[in-house]
Design a protein around this ligand. Structure first.
Ligand SMILES: Nc1ncnc2c1ncn2[C@@H]1O[C@H](COP(=O)(O)OP(=O)(O)OP(=O)(O)O)[C@@H](O)[C@H]1O
Length: 583
């Protein structure tokens, strides 16, 4: 029953809908009492040779009217209860999706995509069943079952009713015992489904890597293993499910036997008529469905309960990034002062950034270089407010970045990672993703700045070319340029290129950087790169090693320091010359 309490907030909110549903069910049950009673009267009429054509017509009209009445009341409750269930599913889905949107990077590190998808599909469906089928089973077992029992007692004989219901408490015992077991088993089964979903999602996303490394067989074996485990766990739920129905059939069979024995004695003793016994047996038949409903109710409730707890566990996860209610609702603009004493990733003992300081005037460009894993992207992640748990301060436009409302702060930043995600849509819609209302001219202007126009012109469908999962595959360099165009569309105060030019050739890179310099005179840019030519024109360049700044200055100053930067620059220049000579 606890799931009904847990969903109390929803039933209270939708009380009108559910009241209409319950009223519909009550009337359906009351009308349902009429036909068996009428049939009993007909049997008695035949038995006692007093059935006339007129009375038979009246009986038939009553039965037909009852059928029409039940049609209407059934429509009423079905519409109300299924509508309520769909509303709950919608409410929870919206809440969950919005929650996903608000969650921070740590959450996405902890929960895998397949797992989150399983929560958003299977678990929500199980909860929705409580508000639909569950409510119906609950109301049906009580209303239809209760009304029929009352009819049996009042209209036929209370002693016969008592004998018929003696085996019923066994059902409650069985339901309680099996219900608990189903709760545990179903939770395990949903967790197994999450793992399977995750495995499928990872394998499909990583199919190129799997094939390139010839791991198809190993991956299929791994997948089969997961299927076997999931089926094994699901079989336990099925076994528990299967124990319910035969138990109900057994209980009903005992009831029938007791009724026929005692009912037969009562008829021969003249306590009740044969018509009464026929009505009673028809009523007993009407108890079969409410009894099954009780069994199904426990099942639905335990499944819904297990799934609701899983969904709530997700919804109760708090994002470490707090969007202050009275946050500054203004676009940051001006100088950027970055002063981080220390930063560690959550659940990671190692220090990722240590004493990283820099100051950028509006319109300046910072270059960040260093070995793989030196901490370049980590610097950007803190500016992007993916993590707030650092020792230090980042001030942008005179305010600590934590003071800004996220909705005002983040849209001022254009972030382009090395590998951007493209949506299954046209090139045009991917470029104007941040603002689908902008004109074709604006889209073309940013495509020109990111040196993508020429490439689009060669495509048969131009800006209408579909990309992403349902369209063509763009090359790494084209993807990067599209992502830069997408970021430029919002004319960001701060543009962050995180190794975002790694897949374009040096000439295109120079062209794009030249465009950016010309177009973004008063806007700030941060470029992290492995190719030092990307940053050589920056106002300041910092060289990172193991999360610390080990060299800093502009290109000339760094070359004069004869450190890592100078060695790396000379090496890369030599490589470029050799490549040029080979070509
Ligand atoms: N989410 C994370 N959780 C824990 N550690 C992380 C996380 N992301 C990065 N790290 C670690 O932080 C360090 C710096 O990583 P970062 O991605 O900032 O390096 P990078 O200089 O950008 O590397 P690359 O040149 O390969 O892009 C690495 O040791 C990395 O393993």
């Amino acid at each position: 029953m606890s799931i009904f309490l847990k969903l109390g907030w929803y039933f209270r909110r939708e009380w009108k809908l559910y009241s209409a549903g319950v009223i519909g069910l009550i009337f359906t049950a009351i009308i349902g009492i009429i036909p068996p009673r009428v049939i009993g009267n007909v049997v008695d009429g035949i038995n006692q040779h007093r059935l006339t054509a007129r009375s038979l017509t009246i009986y038939l009209v009553i039965i037909a009217a009852a059928a029409v009445g039940q049609y209407l009341t059934r429509f009423l409750w079905r519409n109300a209860i299924w509508g309520g269930a769909a509303g709950l599913e919608r409410t929870l889905r919206e809440r969950l999706f919005w929650h996903f949107m608000k969650m921070d990077a740590t959450f996405y590190q902890k929960y895998r995509t397949g797992d989150l998808m399983a929560h958003a599909t299977n678990d929500l469906t199980a909860v929705e069943r409580v508000a639909g089928g569950g409510i119906l089973q609950f109301a049906d077992s009580i209303i239809t079952g209760g009304t029929t029992l009352i009819a049996m007692m009042m209209l036929i004989d209370w002693r016969l009713t008592l004998i018929a219901v003696i085996p019923f408490p066994l059902l409650a015992v069985a339901s309680r015992y099996l219900g608990k077991k189903i709760h545990v088993a179903f939770r395990a089964s949903q967790a197994a489904f999450s793992r399977l979903n995750n495995k499928a999602q990872e394998s499909i996303s990583g199919i190129k890597v799997i094939k390139a490394l010839g791991q198809e067989k190993a991956d299929v074996a791994d997948f089969n293993d997961q299927i076997d485990q999931t089926i094994k766990i699901n079989r336990r739920v099925n076994v528990l499910d299967s124990l319910f129905d035969p138990a109900i059939t057994l209980i009903i069979a005992v009831s029938y036997a007791a009724t026929i024995i005692l009912g037969g004695i009562y008829v021969s003793d003249g306590v009740i008529t044969i018509g009464n016994l026929v009505s009673f047996i028809t009523y007993l038949g009407m108890m079969v469905w409410p009894m099954f409903a009780v069994g199904m109710l426990f099942n639905t409730m335990e499944r819904g309960n297990a799934s609701y707890d899983r969904v709530m566990e997700l919804l109760n996860q708090q994002s470490a990034i707090v969007d202050s209610k009275d946050g500054l609702e203004q676009r940051p603009h001006g100088d950027l002062r970055y002063a981080i004493k220390q930063f560690n990733y959550p659940d990671d003992a190692g220090t990722s950034l240590q004493d990283v300081h820099f100051e950028l005037k509006a319109g300046q460009t910072l270059g960040i270089v260093g070995r793989v894993g030196a901490g370049k992207s980590t610097i950007m992640k803190l500016i992007l407010r993916e993590f707030d748990n650092y020792d230090g301060q980042i001030v942008y436009g005179g305010h600590d970045i934590k003071r800004y409302a996220l909705d005002s702060y983040l849209p001022a930043i254009g972030y382009v990672p090395q590998d951007s995600f493209l949506f299954s849509n046209t090139i045009r819609e991917n470029i104007r993703f941040a603002d689908p209302r902008v004109s074709q001219e604006t889209v073309e202007a940013v495509a020109a700045k990111s040196d993508l126009s020429g490439q689009i012109a060669t495509m048969a469908e131009g800006y209408d070319t579909q990309v992403g999962e349902e369209g063509i595959s763009l090359s790494g360099g084209q993807r990067q340029r599209l992502a830069i165009a997408r970021a430029l569309l919002i004319n960001p105060e701060l543009l962050i290129l995180d190794d975002a030019l790694s897949a374009v050739d040096a000439e295109t890179e120079a062209q794009i950087l030249g465009n950016l310099k010309a177009e973004r005179a008063d806007k700030t840019t941060i470029i992290a790169a492995h190719r030092l030519s990307s940053v050589m024109n920056a106002d300041e360049i910092i060289v990172l090693d193991a999360g610390r700044v080990v060299e800093r200055g502009n290109h000339q100053q760094l070359m004069a320091q004869h450190g890592w930067y100078q060695q790396m620059f000379d090496q890369q220049q030599l490589e470029t010359k050799v490549e040029g000579a080979v070509q």
